[in-house]
Design a protein. Structure first.
Length: 255
């Protein structure tokens, strides 16, 4: 781990993480050699089973695991059972989380670039992003651009009534708290993975449209890209993204 972990921290400096977050090496031995790495959005029972079956040395999970401090590790709870299994298999866990969100090459930056925005800059100090279209696009076209960029069948949105879009604020995951700053920056649209119903109403009242591709979709693509980057940077490490991880929120195709 002595080469990969410093590289991860150089790409996603831990000081960029929010103060409430739990980031870095959360489980494991820093000195252990790495040969097999798995990336994922969240550590779940399926991911743990996949990692154990594939004899993985390290899971790089976007979301921290454990997220909160634990007083005991037993198999009486799903989290305790996963920790017990990971420790038994000597599988480490590293999480960059909000450091990854906020970094110069992080998730919010990647989202902005996928949407073709220019003059991209932090929305608030180090958090989020805001970018611009030199030639305004229609809100409908931006919703479709988001759907295509994230390989989705559909995208939820809140239409504030503005037909054309020049500026877009971005916060991956559950980032409804960015609405106030998006309003201060006069953003036409705020793209977040998900947010509360009342935040949707507030956005509408402020005249800011929302695009809501889903928490999973707004972040998972970056873990796929991270696996590619690790493989490029460390040819001696086998790194791939989890194939068993799925979005827990499903959409019915019944008409």
């Amino acid at each position: 781990m002595e080469s990969l972990l410093p590289w991860l921290e150089s790409q996603f400096p831990l000081e960029l993480a929010e103060t409430w977050d739990n980031v870095g090496l959360l489980l494991g031995d820093f000195r252990r050699p790495l040969r097999n790495v798995l990336t994922c959005l969240t550590v779940t029972p399926d991911v743990v089973a996949e990692a154990i079956g594939d004899k993985v040395d390290l899971i790089v999970s976007h979301h921290p695991f454990p997220f909160h401090a634990v007083k005991r590790i037993t198999t009486d709870t799903p989290g305790g059972r996963m920790l017990w299994e990971l420790i038994g298999a000597q599988i480490a866990v590293y999480s960059p989380h909000t450091a990854h969100d906020n970094a110069e090459t992080g998730i919010n930056q990647q989202l902005a670039e996928r949407l073709g925005l220019t003059r991209i800059e932090p929305l608030h100090e180090t958090s989020g992003r805001i970018g611009f279209y030199d030639t305004p696009v229609s809100f409908g076209d931006l919703v479709e651009k988001t759907r295509v960029a994230l390989h989705l069948k559909s995208v939820q949105f809140v239409d504030s009534g503005k037909a054309m879009v020049s500026s877009v604020a971005i916060g991956c995951g559950a980032a409804g708290e960015f609405l106030e700053q998006a309003s201060k920056e006069s953003a036409d649209v705020l793209l977040v993975g998900e947010t509360r119903f009342h935040t949707c109403l507030e956005a509408q009242a402020l005249g800011i449209s929302l695009i809501l591709p889903g928490h999973y979709a707004s972040e998972r693509f970056a873990m796929e890209r991270l696996a590619e980057r690790i493989s490029e940077q460390f040819p001696n490490i086998r790194c791939r993204v989890s194939t068993r991880e799925r979005d827990p929120v499903q959409i019915s195709n019944i008409k």
